[in-house]
Write a protein that binds this ligand. Sequence first.
Ligand SMILES: [Zn+2]
Length: 224
Amino acid sequence: MFVDKMSQEIKTIKLEIFSGLASVNCYLIKNDQGFILIDTGISKSRDKLEKELKSAGVNPKNLNLIIITHGDTDHTGNCSYLREKYQAKIAMHHDDKGMVEKGDMLWNRKGSILLKIINPFMGLGKSDRFKPDFYIDDNFELSDYGLDAKVIHIPGHSLGSIGILTKEGDLFCGDLMSNNKKPARNSIMDDKITAKKSIEKLRKFNINHVFPGHGESFSWLKFI
Ligand SMILES: [Zn+2]
């Protein structure tokens, strides 16, 4: 179901990862001009994602943009496929580009032990690798795509991690924060100090509700 937010509606699409042991969220935003999809899940969840997009009314004429919050495979696995199918453009931050072009989640990262272990199995497969259509950075406005929102660069989980903050105060935060058991800074961080700075940076914005890459959405007040 879409949740009404005045000028736009948000649909959360939850997809399985790690054979159902965990999940990742994609967010479909509907506005006057069509749809924007934030993150795309892993390729194994493609059928479910397509079904959800179809039932929401997405077609090759109205998917205006795919935004990825960062380059990890669980968020980028269907980008290439969806671009082809829906003729949509893909936007992301420049600092994660090698992750999706080379299928290497360690690109431009120091790399935690966990990431080093899973990277050979989890990197994007050859057919799912892609070059984004354009890069977005701090303050990029999404009004050309019908969404009253802007991009906030929030590195930490990766150097190219971004958030999308709407005028209504909805923040799509990628993997900077998560809400598996409770709202928290994501436990997997490439640079914890940078992540803390990114959270500090968010405090100056008018945020109401946070939509994380993993777990349920939550009130920003519960986090701070
Ligand atoms: Zn993730």
